[in-house]
Design a protein around this ligand. Structure first.
Ligand SMILES: Nc1ncnc2c1ncn2[C@@H]1O[C@H](COP(=O)(O)OP(=O)(O)O)[C@@H](O)[C@H]1O
Ligand SMILES: [Mg+2]
Length: 308
């Protein structure tokens, strides 16, 4: 039956209700919560009302991020925009039927409570659970971060090592496919699936290119778009205890030094936002030569030598 009561029928673009972004990948540790946090703060900084729903009740990374954010505000007296936050824990019921029914009810309650926002951002657990499936099913856009390595690509599909042809989609790709079929039957708008290369190494150009070729082959076969990725950078994780992201650094003082790598990271996040083409967000200008110093990009100083 799906979540059809929330979604009026018709393949028209989404209007008059929040736009739902889910971050998903069956594998843990690929950067889902990190990506979710950076998208959430980017949207908040565009003046959008954002609600987050953390479906990973075990790790609660996104929720913890937001708790840290609130505490940072209390501690420093500085202000940053905050989202509404919800966690949906896994059910404690033993029987599958009872537990799925219970999880569905609590997920729908969270959706309903978040419904006044412009955007709902759902972080899903890195496992094939019922809650993860609900999170995928609700999405207008699904963002799947994958580590920039052939090992992680296997989770999208099997690729012939010589020809780079996709020989078989993965179980995860099939799950997304099933969900696409279901929403077509329910006459909901089609899912926009965007894959994000994460932790791209700045040093291995050859691997980067080969990985790019394989991802391209998977993209046309499995049906996703490829967004420009995130590099391997300390800044993507070091602000976690403060609950900040580098998108906050234009008007708050994090109390530590900003590096050139931070400017590059900020550009990566902007490029992701532009690639997502979310309704009501105007793509920011791509990097200009002038934008490549922290001062010109409007980042708080002092400057610091490159850290990563
Ligand atoms: N681009 C990146 N550069 C550096 N560290 C990263 C990057 N992306 C993620 N990480 C780190 O990798 C770990 C896993 O990321 P996380 O977002 O928690 O993944 P998931 O939610 O998929 O399990 C965390 O320690 C996170 O800080
Ligand atoms: Mg996570």
């Amino acid at each position: 039956m799906g979540l059809s009561s929330f979604f009026p029928q018709g393949p028209t673009p989404v209007t008059g209700r929040p736009y739902i972004l889910s971050i998903g990948n069956e594998k843990g540790g690929t950067g889902k919560s990190t990506t979710a946090m950076h998208i959430a703060v980017s949207l908040l900084r565009l003046g959008k009302q954002v609600a987050i729903i953390d479906l990973d009740g075990r790790q609660r990374s996104l929720m913890r991020y937001m708790e840290n954010r609130r505490q940072w505000v209390e501690r420093t007296g500085q202000s940053v925009p905050q989202p509404l936050s919800f966690v949906v824990e896994r059910s404690r019921h033993r029987s599958a039927d009872e537990s799925e029914g219970d999880e569905r009810i609590r997920f729908e309650e969270a959706l309903a409570a978040a419904w006044k926002s412009d955007f709902i951002l759902i972080d899903t657990p890195g496992a094939d659970t019922f809650l993860a499936r609900l999170g995928h099913e609700a999405a207008d856009t699904l963002v799947t971060p994958i580590n920039d390595s052939f090992v992680d690509f296997d989770l999208m599909g099997t690729v012939d090592p010589v020809t780079f042809k996709v020989t078989r989609p993965s179980l995860y790709a099939e799950m997304v496919w099933e969900s696409r079929k279901r929403r077509a039957m329910e006459r909901r708008s089609p899912l926009d699936w965007v894959v994000l290369r994460n932790r791209i190494s700045g040093v291995d150009a050859r691997n980067k290119r080969r990985v790019g070729d394989v991802l391209q082959a998977l993209s046309s076969r499995i049906g996703f778009r490829i967004a420009p990725g995130f590099g391997e950078r300390v800044i993507y994780r070091e602000l976690f205890p403060l609950g900040l992201t580098l998108m906050d650094l234009t008007d708050v003082d994090p109390g530590f030094k900003v590096s050139v790598s931070h400017v590059a990271a900020r550009q990566e996040v902007r490029e992701l936002m532009a690639a997502l083409k979310l309704p009501g967000t105007v793509a920011e200008e791509p990097a200009k030569a002038d934008d490549t110093t922290p001062e010109r990009a409007g980042l708080k100083l002092p400057l610091f030598a490159q850290t990563s």
